[in-house]
Design a binder for this molecule. Structure first.
Ligand code: ATP
Ligand code: MG
Length: 429
């Protein structure tokens, strides 16, 4: 069986490897190949006069990115990558690659994101691109471990639903036999219902679907949400949990992903706890002052306000004490001042990462809040019912996985954090 290329050292005697032809160069009677697998690159040197006929025959029709298997002796050689080369006695083309390639894997010419996404399988052969997904895999594994080790129950809630979580228009309708259904925009209602089921601490990592009309660099139509709900916790406690998770994920990536980070050129700084808590009212003042926009209490932060706040804060931070009027109906109003909700957003200097709150657990107050948002309580009956039969107080949040990865790795576009992004114009591949 082929060995990982990285395991071939100048001291190895023989090696069998398999991978892609990264580069081919002819020089006098010598052919130099670079062969690449997911672990590294090795030079394969063929002296065309001395090599077995089968080897030179295979070389004649060799194109870049073909898949080959090579077996031969290993020689130490200073100038080659890793200080070694393979001189083959067996050379087999397992799968030839057509040319020209839709995308240059060696990347002498940087490609547009669209071209890259169209030929994603080739794009992902580049270490700098695959690095994002190696790290994303570590991020998701760390999230899973973080919650499992704290006694959270992993849940899976339906993605085909009958009602919108928050009303609104950003829903994808689906033909569901003779009814209309939607792709779920958030597991919010279902994870809250699990508090009535007695699970106390739940998490879900799953897709959310949002029919965002606009093409931005931080919105996808299919995203991954890391969702959490905790019984008997208040807003402050779940903020600490969120802060803890973000720091744990950064620390794990910094500790275990030095290679992918270096391919990306990222020098990862683990954020320091506690993240500053910025009251909404102050945030509005800062944003108004820095942007010159006429922002006042009750306004949401647009892209320029978000950017201005990020510049002022410079680190991860929370916006707290939001106006109840601009947060969802399920956010708990403050008892002493119901104009303000026990709601928060976690911000990276570049953008929002998560939203959360202590939830309303009192049935009648919830109905009141649903109506005050102009929604009909009837369409939420399945959700409201558990609130009539003993609902523990609870709090939670939803964190966008792609935004977490994007901001951590300083990617310009959220599409780079997804294998096959879904946006306004992209449904294939
Ligand atoms: P924004 O205002 O930035 O569009 P939001 O407030 O609508 O986000 P929430 O409903 O609060 O988003 O969802 C919780 C988290 O899920 C967000 O903070 C974000 O990280 C992620 N998220 C939401 N919508 C998208 C999307 N369309 N693409 C990628 N991530 C998203
Ligand atoms: Mg939000």
């Amino acid at each position: 069986m082929a060995s990982p290329i990285a395991s071939i050292t100048p001291g190895s005697e023989r090696a069998e490897i398999a991978g892609w032809v990264h580069e081919v160069r002819d020089l006098g009677g010598l052919t130099f190949l670079l062969v690449r697998d997911r672990t590294g690159i090795v030079q394969v040197t063929v002296n065309r006069k001395k090599a077995p006929a089968a080897v030179t025959a295979a070389l004649a029709s060799l194109s870049r990115e073909s898949v080959v298997r090579v077996e031969g002796t290993v020689k130490a050689i200073g100038k080659a990558p890793g200080g070694r080369e393979i001189v083959p006695d067996r050379f087999e083309i397992l799968s030839p690659a057509g040319s020209p390639l839709p995308l240059d894997v060696v990347e002498k010419v940087p490609a547009e994101l669209d071209t890259r996404l169209d030929a994603r399988f080739l794009d992902l052969r580049r270490p700098r691109v695959s690095a994002v997904f190696l790290i994303r895999s570590v991020v998701m594994g760390t999230v899973w471990e973080f919650f499992s080790s704290r006694g959270f129950v992993n849940i899976a809630t339906p993605k085909l639903v009958a009602a919108a979580t928050e009303g609104g228009t950003d829903l994808f309708p689906v033909a569901y036999f003779e009814k209309e259904a939607f792709l779920n925009q958030s597991p919010q209602l279902y994870k809250q219902m699990m508090m009535a089921a007695g699970f106390e601490r739940v998490f879900e990592i799953g897709p959310i679907f949002r029919a965002e009309e606009h093409n931005t660099t931080k919105h996808l139509n299919e995203a991954t949400s890391i969702d959490v709900e905790v019984s008997y916790a208040d807003d402050r406690e779940v903020m600490e949990l969120l802060e803890d998770l973000v720091v744990s994920v950064y620390r794990r990536v910094a500790d275990t992903c030095p290679d992918p980070l270096s391919w990306l050129g990222v020098d990862l700084q683990v954020p320091e706890r506690p993240f500053p808590r910025l009251p909404y009212a102050e945030a509005i003042e800062i944003a108004a002052r820095r942007t010159g926009e006429p922002l006042s209490f009750g306004d949401d932060f647009g892209a320029s306000a978000e950017k201005a706040l990020g510049e002022e804060m410079g680190v991860h931070y929370f916006i707290v004490d939001w106006p109840t009027a601009i947060k969802p109906y399920y956010a708990m109003p403050r008892e002493e001042n119901p104009e303000l909700a026990r709601a928060f957003d976690l911000m990276h200097p570049r953008m929002e990462l998560a939203s959360g709150s202590q939830r309303i657990h009192q049935h009648d107050l919830l109905v009141h809040q649903i109506r005050s948002k102009g929604l009909s309580a009837d369409s939420f009956e399945f959700y409201l019912r558990p609130f009539r039969y003993g609902m523990p107080p609870h709090a939670g949040w939803g964190l966008g996985a792609e935004r977490l990865v994007m901001t951590m790795l300083d990617l310009a576009n959220i599409r780079e954090a997804v294998l096959f992004p879904r946006d306004r114009h992209r449904l294939v591949p």
